[in-house]
Design a protein around this ligand. Structure first.
Ligand code: GLU
Length: 474
């Protein structure tokens, strides 16, 4: 049997990280079993669904690299099929027409509540029975599924273990509304059956639907898939993760400078483990993934860990790959990298210092653009009178360098220290501020090598002019 899983979002907005984790688990389970993964858009709620939301979900999935083998299927395109199956159940008396009006149902419910009975639809209630007996063909009606009255539904949830619900807890579910549209729980079953889904991996918020759906599978004579319900994701305060806690949309993570590998690695560990391993390549995730290692309890979102993982992936991914993702941020920050060193070299040098691609894009501007001013704090501290001579000596040596290598630049700095009998700090920091404009950068020789000779010379001169002016005004 080929394992087939699906992700079935309702397109009411962006792809939420909770949804993304469910999608990732379904995808991994399919990949682990050399199976298939289906994308199905559950778009029957016409008031709340939109094309933008469908696009946003697919954009999020694509960004995460969760490609689907089949779909996207759209439930709105399958109404005929659902209705065909409603009619089959009707013909077999496994479903029936119910003519009770909303007012009557409300009245019965109020009565049940007043009598401290469980409020539920009861086809044998005298008033409901009377309404149904009195109805004529063609009167407005809904179709209800005839839920078994006896026994119970038992299933082995792959995460939560054995679950048993008595049929006496379930009433006869509406499967087609008065307007002829099929309802959600019915559509899901027909879809999962038609799409030959073997494993339904979804959020725990659907666990109450499962016994009802199992009864419908059985009524249709369809094989019942295996179920796995994932616990919720919580914010750092223990409440269900929501916008209040910050970013919840996958694409917001792209915007904040995360690599998809980091978010995937973060999400896979959020509720699943393999020993105490934290970092998983995609191949490892696929190899080790299993449903029974998913945690039963809710997991709390931890941004520091996500940042740590992102730094790891910025540091260890191929620079060409990081460059591809960085480009979007360079565009956002209007930084043109044509006029400067190869971006891959800059990434190799600066990447490890950054937790996000936003930071990386912010920290590399000086490689590509000249600046009109030095950072005030750094200049105040390091571009002072005492730095004048070291910078002058450095300038002369820099101008004389023929082979512009990091080694020669390293030697140049050591020579300045030796000539003037000063410590490294007396030239290193002024030089750093001179060539980068600020007080923080990787090793200054490597930075200068990438910035290039012409720019370095001009910037050291600018620093000397700054010092001269400062002294003149003192
Ligand atoms: N459409 C449902 C949702 O977005 C998922 C239903 C399912 O996975 O069975 O929550």
């Amino acid at each position: 049997m080929t394992v087939k899983t699906r992700f079935a979002p309702s397109p009411t907005g962006y792809l939420h990280v909770g949804g993304a984790r469910t999608a990732l688990y379904s995808w991994l389970y399919a990949k682990h079993n050399k199976g298939e993964f289906v994308l199905r858009i559950e778009d029957t709620d016409l008031e709340r669904n939109s094309q933008e939301a469908v696009d946003a979900i697919m954009e999020g999935m694509e960004w995460l690299g969760l490609e689907w083998n089949e779909g996207p299927y759209f439930q709105t395109q399958r109404f005929d099929r659902y209705n065909e199956m409603v009619d089959v159940l009707l013909a077999q008396d496994k479903a029936y027409k119910c003519y009770a009006s909303k007012e009557l149902l409300d009245e019965v419910r109020a009565e049940q509540e007043a009598n401290k009975e469980m409020a539920r639809y009861d086809a044998n209630h005298p008033k409901i029975k009377a309404a149904n007996d009195a109805a004529k063909d063609g009167d407005p009606c809904v179709i209800r599924f005839r839920n078994p009255k006896e026994g119970s539904v038992v299933f082995d949830d792959q995460i939560r273990g054995r679950i048993e619900i008595s049929n006496s807890q379930m009433d006869d579910l509406i499967i087609r509304r008065t307007d002829g549209s099929p309802t959600y729980n019915f559509c899901v079953v027909v879809d999962d059956w038609d799409m030959e889904i073997t494993h339904v991996i979804r959020g725990e918020d659907h666990i109450n639907n499962t016994p009802r759906q199992i009864n419908i599978y059985e009524a249709l004579g369809a094989p019942v898939p295996t179920f796995a319900h994932c616990a919720m994701i919580l914010g750092d305060d223990g409440a269900k993760l929501s916008k209040r806690h910050g970013a919840v949309s996958v694409m917001q993570y792209r915007d904040m400078g995360y690599l998809p590998e980091a978010l995937n690695n973060y999400l896979v560990r959020l509720g699943w483990s393999h020993g105490d391993q934290e970092i998983f390549s995609q191949e490892e995730m696929i190899e080790f993934f299993s449903l029974n290692a998913i945690s039963k309890s809710a997991s709390a979102f931890n941004t520091d860990k996500l940042l740590w993982l992102n730094n790891h992936y910025i540091k260890t991914s191929e620079p060409e790959y990081v460059a591809k993702h960085l480009q979007w941020h360079l565009d956002q920050q209007a930084l043109n990298i044509e006029n400067g060193p190869a971006i891959t070299e800059v990434i190799k040098l600066v990447g490890e210092r950054c937790n996000t691609l936003v930071e990386l894009a912010e920290q590399i501007r000086y490689f590509y653009e000249d600046f009109a001013e030095f950072e005030a704090g750094a200049a105040k501290k390091h571009l002072r009178g005492v730095a004048k001579e070291p910078l002058e000596v450095a300038l002369a040596k820099v101008e004389a360098i023929e082979e512009w290598t990091t080694e020669n630049l390293h030697k140049m700095i050591a020579d300045v220290c030796a000539d003037l009998e000063i410590g490294m700090g007396k030239i290193g920091m002024p030089l750093r501020v001179a060539v980068t404009g600020g007080g923080q950068s990787p090793s200054v020789d490597a930075v200068m090598q990438l910035i290039g000779k012409e720019r370095c010379v001009a910037r050291i001169k600018m620093a000397l002019a700054f010092i001269a002016e400062r002294e003149a005004n003192a």
